[in-house]
Design a binder for this molecule. Structure first.
Ligand SMILES: [Zn+2]
Length: 376
């Protein structure tokens, strides 16, 4: 949040009960603009401290808070309608379970600590799961004989155009020393620096890489718990080659993940998410590149959690010839067009979904998950 220049104490018509405080705060953090925060006393009451960077955001978020309070009695479970999937569900991996552990069950457990700013600390088995899951995702990389790749998790300003972004994009987070004019940004995804490293070069058919990195993405709403974070860990496995082999790579990746969900007893579904940022460019230069993409650019794996919600925990993208055209990546076999694909895993979200689906007593987790933790 920008510096809270404006602070006001405001009164509510109906008091918030002490038992409702964390629930109301949770809903506000999920739905508000990200420019405002609300302090509700732990004992509840009808007075709140509201702080914001500007008056417009404050008024808008105040209305959001009032709407949450008005709705809580009428429809207690109807929060976060915004996060409900809009895209087409293409495959249901496992049926939804009857009940999920709530975020309160999770943050009140010994596996978690909720900080006053709404961020979460993971402990013991939950923290170990981050490493253990990544080791599992690496199995896909091994299956594909991927090269290991490391780059600093930054994008330079001059990289943005080749990645399909502009410096004004609101999702970008800057990395600047105080007072410095340098323009560097945190990476939003891991694969772009891999494609950059291949620019102006020739690749062999079906070349794969894997990399894990910290990504930062400003989503315009406040981050809360591990559902939506400003910075998170992403493992990607990527492939470059002819169209057919890249499409097959994506199929194998999704098959790999189906098996993981089975072993971890996770209920999940895929949906089509055809929102490729890189097709939105309308610059003349991009139009002249003759970008080709498959019919379905992106599949998202969504893991179900509490409150009838789900988290996008992995995505399976085929960028067509976008990166090859933008960054001049050639095929070793001469004329063949280079297509690229990436399979990306948001590691913290897998942990959060496991806690919501299987609970906070590791002894009761499915065997497939317990087996992961052996050796850690
Ligand atoms: Zn990617």
């Amino acid at each position: 949040m920008a510096s809270p220049a404006i602070r006001e104490i405001r009164r509510l018509n109906n008091a918030i009960d002490a038992k409702e405080v964390s629930d109301v705060a949770y809903k506000f953090n999920s739905a508000s603009s990200g420019n405002t925060d609300v302090r509700i006393p732990a004992e509840g009451g009808n007075t709140v401290l509201i702080r914001s960077s500007d008056m417009t955001s404050l008024e808008c978020d105040w209305q959001t808070l009032l709407a949450i309070l008005a709705e809580r009695k009428a429809k207690p479970s109807e929060d976060n309608a915004k996060d409900k999937p809009k895209a087409k569900v293409v495959q249901l991996l496992h049926k939804k379970r009857d009940s999920y552990f709530s975020y309160k069950d999770i943050v009140d457990s010994p596996l978690c600590r909720l900080l006053p700013n709404g961020h979460v600390v993971l402990l013991d088995e939950a923290a170990r799961l981050l490493h253990a899951l990544d080791r599992e995702f690496l199995q896909l990389a091994q299956q594909e004989q991927a090269h290991d790749f490391y780059a600093e998790p930054f994008w330079e300003q001059e990289d943005l155009q080749g990645f399909g972004y502009q410096a004004s994009d609101k999702n970008l987070c800057g990395v600047n020393h105080l007072g410095s004019d340098d323009k560097q940004f945190w990476q939003i995804a891991v694969c772009d620096n891999i494609w950059k490293s291949l620019s102006n070069s020739c690749i062999e058919e079906g070349t794969c890489y894997t990399s894990k990195g910290t990504c930062c993405r400003h989503e315009g709403r406040q981050e809360f718990l591990l559902e939506r974070m400003k910075s998170f860990s992403m493992r990607e496995v990527v492939c470059a080659g002819k169209q057919d082999s890249v499409m097959e790579f994506r199929n194998r990746s999704m098959h790999f993940v189906n098996k993981l969900c089975e072993r971890f007893e996770l209920d999940a579904y895929y949906e089509e998410a055809n929102d490729p940022f890189f097709l939105e460019s309308d610059s003349e230069q991009d139009k002249s590149l003759n970008i080709q993409v498959p019919e379905i650019v992106k599949f998202e794996l969504r893991l179900n959690i509490y409150n009838d919600r789900s988290l996008s925990a992995a995505s399976f993208n085929v960028h067509g010839n976008f990166f090859a055209q933008k960054l001049d990546i050639q095929h070793a076999e001469g004329k063949a067009d280079v297509w690229t694909s990436c399979s990306a895993f948001g590691i913290e979200r897998w942990v959060w979904a496991i806690l919501s689906q299987h609970g906070v007593d590791p002894k009761k987790w499915p065997k497939g998950i317990l087996a992961l933790l052996q050796g850690y």
